[in-house]
Design a protein around this ligand. Structure first.
Ligand SMILES: [Zn+2]
Length: 450
């Protein structure tokens, strides 16, 4: 019996092992290439086209340093031909870059960029790919590998994405569109945001820009399954690429044109001694994962910096759709809380507004200047709006004792109630004594008649 069981176990183990190794191999490389792989690296911008200029960063120079490092690293691999679209600080049209790639029979064009956002609030790494088959599948497999590399470096991930032009018949980004027109797959690598403090440390020195170039080369090597005798590495058996099919657009990469579908907040707990409010957040987007949130406690006048969404993973498309969030309310603030959920395409949905009906007061000395505060409304204004209930908002009414009002004073209403009670008692006593006197008089009369 034991023998049968153990041999059955061995059989089961063999089947499972075979299945798992098959599934590892099943992560197919969609793009097929000749033995020699032709790689074109495109340092974004150049000449008069400076790219992003923020905080002393100059994108056209940054992309050149990264592209050169990527070039140097890729040249260490066997069976590759590597080219740069430009090596000088010159203007170059996007179609000229694609034409150059075509002229050398490129298998792939990698366009190197650094990002900045209009409100200087976004952070993280992303890859833009073609929406057109088969370039979409190629781009998706490379982009996925690239984001794995970026995650290993410690960057936040913003996804592998597509964007249509206005007519929705071609890709929005020129280098991707022009390359696809010449049958060359192309992607835009946006390494990080130069205008956000969480991304600065990744790009503020030349060493960092070189590190990005080497990381990009690693992603390319893993994507094509390259081997390097010089480096002593072999990625030909590498199998971390996601599933994709040449003639289908990967659903997860499709542009999401709608904001998140659900965004609701509720009060889970308030602690007025410490000024903390714990929110219960419920949010969802049925098309793309949620990646950031922010919140306001002054009714939307100011917002917190964007925060990473809990358990957000753009590679698996998963994120937490329900969680608790503790926020600090500065003393002297009447909280009016709004929360916003952002999807992978930076579209957001605003939650219901939670208005707490009185001003938070605690640790008065600390409350005067709180540097981390979002900026609270002046207390005088708050006092006037304290009793105002805003239409269409969820209201949280804190429990306040009937007898003792805020600030420990005996309320006028309680005093009136007490007076009324005394008057009623006196009145009843008077009535009873009158009735008693009346009864005694009647009794005396009856006794006299007898
Ligand atoms: Zn750029």
């Amino acid at each position: 019996m034991i023998k049968i069981r153990s041999s059955f176990g061995l059989f089961l183990f063999s089947v499972l092992f075979l299945c798992s190794s098959l599934s590892l191999q099943a992560a197919n490389r969609v793009q097929q290439t000749d033995e020699t792989v032709v790689i074109v690296i495109d340092p974004g911008h150049g000449g008069e086209n400076k790219g992003t200029i923020e905080n002393g960063f100059l994108e056209k120079s940054m992309t050149m340093i990264t592209a050169q490092a990527m070039y140097d690293e890729l040249c260490l691999y066997d069976n590759v031909e590597v080219y740069l679209t430009r090596t000088e600080d010159v203007d170059m049209e996007l179609d000229a870059r694609a034409a150059y790639a075509a002229s050398v029979n490129a298998d792939f064009l990698f366009s190197i960029h650094y990002n900045a956002s209009v409100k200087h609030d976004l952070f993280g790494s992303e890859v833009w790919i073609s929406a057109m088959p088969p370039y979409n599948a190629y781009g998706y497999q490379f982009g996925y590998q690239q984001l794995l590399t970026m995650r290993d470096m410690g960057l936040y991930l913003r996804g592998v994405k597509t964007k249509w032009n206005d007519k929705k018949d071609a890709d929005y980004y020129g280098i991707i569109r022009e390359s696809a027109a010449l049958s060359i797959p192309a992607v835009i690598i946006e390494h990080c945001h130069v205008d956000e403090e969480r991304d600065y440390p990744f790009c503020d020195t030349e060493e960092e820009l070189i590190a990005f170039g080497k990381a990009d080369a690693l992603s390319v090597a893993k994507y094509f399954g390259l081997k390097s005798t010089a480096l002593g590495v072999d990625y030909s058996e590498e199998s971390s690429l996601p599933e994709a099919e040449a003639n289908h657009t990967v659903q997860a990469s499709l542009q999401d044109e709608t904001p998140p579908d659900v965004c609701i907040i509720d009060i889970a707990e308030t602690d007025e001694d410490t000024g903390t409010v714990t929110l219960e957040v419920t949010a969802a987007d049925y098309d793309s994962p949620l990646i950031y949130y922010d919140y306001s406690y002054d009714g939307g006048t100011t917002y917190s910096p964007l925060q990473m969404w809990p358990d957000s993973d753009v590679l698996t498309g998963t994120y937490k759709d329900n969680f608790k969030l503790m926020i600090q309310i500065p003393s002297g603030t009447q909280p009016e809380i709004i929360f916003r959920a952002y999807n992978m395409f930076d579209a957001f949905t605003e939650s219901n507004k939670l208005t707490l009906l009185h001003v938070f007061r605690y640790g008065e000395e600390d409350a005067v200047s709180d540097e981390t505060a979002l900026s609270a409304q002046p207390t005088e204004e708050l006092a006037q709006t304290e009793e105002k209930k805003l239409p269409g908002t969820t209201t949280f009414m804190p429990a306040v004792s009937d007898e003792v009002a805020e600030d420990g004073e005996v309320s006028f209403l309680s005093f009136l109630k007490l007076c009324l009670l005394i008057v009623i008692v006196l009145f009843i006593l008077l009535l009873v004594s009158r009735m008693f006197a009346c009864y005694r008089r009647k009794k005396r009369r009856r006794q006299r008649r007898k």
